[in-house]
Design a binder for this molecule. Structure first.
Ligand SMILES: [Zn+2]
Length: 384
């Protein structure tokens, strides 16, 4: 699996966390504590399956189980490394590779520029898993049946085969979903429609995975309750990310239509020492919904957030000056009124704030952009 930062997520900070565990082709590898939990659970779930296939003591069966889990995750890392290698070869930036409860994800930061690039980055993963399955099967054939080496190689081959097949299912966020998106993008010249279709199929894959986990009566190998639990989490993960893809497709359709000019709130400029109550009264009188503080030379020095005013009890407002609530105007907080679409989103992302000054190249104040208005514009277009 690989994951990009969809625009819907870009207004909220990315979740961090995890232990740094080196680099893959220069990209940081992060291991989350949930992955360590998975290693323990998977190791504990497998010894009976191992003793059914090879003659080893109970203690040895746990050791073999741990080696098998690590072999499988080694293969998962090679799968991710192939995504990283192809993405970087195509000039795309990769933020990091994360090992977590459900497996691994490469966070490709850039949108692939062409359908072919998207297809190549996605398809190399399942292809790598198929190759690893073939190599493991060939190694397994060198060992006597029901030896430890045979079991480890054959199980690694089988699991890589399953990883390849599952990742080829044509729903987001799976590799197959990205391949479908690339194909539809190529055929229809509409990047977003491909994403929307692959997102909806992703939801079907999630529902199918959930149904299989609930209905499959007995898993032939390993511990049935662990497999059910794992598949349940996989289903939830796919559902959430397929839904994000659908949201991303909707945001993508809306972003090009965003225009700063239609989002500007009229602002009232006030001196720093003006009591807040008086500033609010004057702003209401002229229909302004924002306060900009100016210094003695008539230059902007601060923006007062609407939320901060609302959080201040009315009885205190006569006793506070507007400067008490103002956020100093840094360079990233002054935006151009000509910003539109993707440029507007990028500008807002670079300096997170609740309010921005909007001023022309001539230095004239046009008003204030409130992040809440931007979010409302996205929501009004059906983005959740
Ligand atoms: Zn993948």
């Amino acid at each position: 699996m690989s994951q990009e930062g969809p625009p819907a997520e870009r207004l909220t900070p990315r979740m961090a966390g995890g232990i740094s565990a080196g680099r893959i082709f220069g990209v940081p590898l992060v291991v989350t504590p949930t992955w360590l939990l998975l290693v323990v659970l998977a190791t504990l779930a497998m010894p009976s399956f191992i003793r059914d296939n090879v003659h080893v003591s109970t203690a040895a069966s746990y050791a073999v189980a741990l080696v098998l889990v690590l072999l499988v995750y080694g293969a998962v890392l090679v799968h991710e490394a192939s995504h990283v290698l192809v993405a970087k070869a195509l000039g795309l930036r990769v933020g990091r590779v994360v090992l977590q409860f459900l497996g691994a994800q490469s966070e490709v930061l850039d949108e692939p520029p062409t359908p072919a690039a998207e297809y190549l980055v996605a398809s190399v993963g399942p292809l790598t898993s198929v190759l690893l399955a073939g190599i493991a099967a060939a190694i397994g054939a060198q060992f006597p049946h029901h030896s430890v080496g045979w079991l480890l190689a054959e199980a690694t081959a089988a699991i890589n085969g399953v990883v390849a097949a599952f990742n080829l299912l044509p729903g987001m966020p799976l590799d197959g979903g990205r391949m479908l998106r690339a194909l539809l993008w190529h055929l229809t010249h509409d990047k977003l429609r491909g994403l929307l279709v692959a997102g909806w199929i992703g939801r079907l894959v999630a529902a199918g995975t959930f149904g299989y986990a609930m209905l499959a009566p007995k898993f032939e190998t390993g511990n049935a309750s662990f497999a059910t639990l794992y598949l349940f989490f996989v289903a939830v993960f796919i559902w959430v990310n397929a839904s994000l893809a659908i949201a991303q497709a909707r945001v993508g359709a809306v972003i090009p239509r965003l225009e700063m000019n239609s989002l500007i709130r009229p602002a009232l400029t006030v001196e720093a020492q003006l009591p807040l109550a008086e500033a609010v009264r004057r702003a209401r009188a002229i229909g302004a919904r924002a306060l900009v503080v100016v210094d003695s030379r008539d230059r902007w020095s601060g923006i007062v957030s609407e939320a901060a005013v609302q959080a201040t009890p009315p009885e205190r407002q006569p006793w506070m000056s507007v400067s008490d609530l103002a956020r100093p105007v840094e360079s990233g907080l002054v935006l151009s009124p000509t910003l539109t679409g993707e440029d507007l989103m990028t500008a807002v992302q670079q300096t997170p704030a609740t309010e921005y000054l909007v001023a022309g190249a001539d230095g004239n104040l046009k008003g204030v952009l409130a992040r809440a208005d931007l979010v409302a514009a996205l929501r009004a277009a059906g983005v959740r």
